[in-house]
Ligand binder design. Structure first.
Ligand code: SAM
Length: 273
């Protein structure tokens, strides 16, 4: 299954802008139930450059990162070794496969990956992934899915009005949250819940860099840009430059901030086994 994002190239720039969002939510979710976090085996599916592995390895017993892209896995390994982590394994794997025996994992998290798996209306790959997760999780375990709603894509990123065709294509790739919850429920997950922390911002402070769109490395932080054709990208940058020259960017940012503070930029959907 080809990806619309070239992660071998992106792996070199990804950490310039992307920060792990929702780590507190993940820790709270993983701390539910009887088994202490320090005794848990955790899988990060689509671990990318290991930003979540890095935040969590010293809080859990063992952590596993899966990704299809060797460049991303290499960055994960470099960062974990640099942090002195010894309790990890990194594996190349293609989701929806979860190459673990039944009832062996305490938590499976998947952060900002499911929009790469497939598209509407039925999301067969995503459903297969959720079924595999249910199988591989132990009783008392849970799945933690970090994603965005289509509305968050449209309403909560200040530069979206410059990248409309990309936003249109990206929003199509994000499953509506009610449908995702329904899938989990049908598979057998219990207490399916959704959590939004409106204070969590993709790219942290880099998000507020109003010069960002001019920088290819900054654009690598959001798939919305990679979904534009070259011609569309040129048109986008032209209209962005015009808005910049007319001093309209601050006003655009402030307008989006109101919506972002109300809706947030991401959602966690979790369910128990
Ligand atoms: C947007 S990045 C998110 C990385 C990381 N979870 C984070 O939030 O920083 C998406 C990651 O999912 C991986 N990915 C996409 N589709 C995949 C698949 N079918 N199997 C395994 N990995 C996949 C990509 O290689 C990439 O590293």
């Amino acid at each position: 299954m080809p990806d619309y994002e070239n992660y071998t190239r992106t792996s070199r720039n990804y950490d310039q802008t992307r920060v792990p969002i929702g780590v507190d939510t993940i820790i709270t979710e993983m701390s539910r139930g009887e088994k202490p976090l320090s005794q848990q085996t955790v899988l990060d599916a689509g671990c990318g450059t290991g930003n979540y592995l890095l935040q969590l390895h010293d809080k859990v017993d063992f952590i596993i990162g899966l990704d299809r892209n060797q460049g991303m896995l290499k960055r994960s390994e470099e960062k974990l070794l640099q942090a002195g982590a010894g309790n990890f394994e990194l594996r190349r794997a293609e989701l929806p496969e979860i190459p673990f025996e039944d009832d062996t994992l305490d938590r499976i998290m998947i952060n900002q990956v499911i929009h790469h798996l497939d598209t509407k209306p039925d999301y067969p790959v995503l459903r297969e992934f959720c079924r595999n997760a249910y199988r591989a999780l132990r009783s008392g375990g849970s799945i933690i899915i970090n994603t965005c709603s289509p509305q968050q894509i449209w309403d909560c990123y200040w530069y979206v009005e410059f990248v409309q065709p990309g936003a249109e294509r990206l929003a199509q790739k994000y499953i509506p949250i009610d449908q995702l919850r329904q899938f989990l429920h049908e598979i057998g997950f219990g207490d399916v819940r959704q959590i939004v922390d409106v204070a969590e911002i993709f790219y942290g402070d880099h998000y507020y860099d109003l010069e960002g769109p001019l920088n290819a490395a900054w654009r690598d932080g959001d798939s919305i840009w990679s979904l534009l054709t070259e011609e569309e990208l040129n048109t986008s940058l032209e209209s962005y430059r015009r808005a910049h020259a007319d001093n309209r960017l601050k006003e655009i940012l402030n307008r989006t901030e109101k919506r972002r503070r109300a809706i947030g930029q991401s959602v966690f959907v979790c369910g128990d086994v």
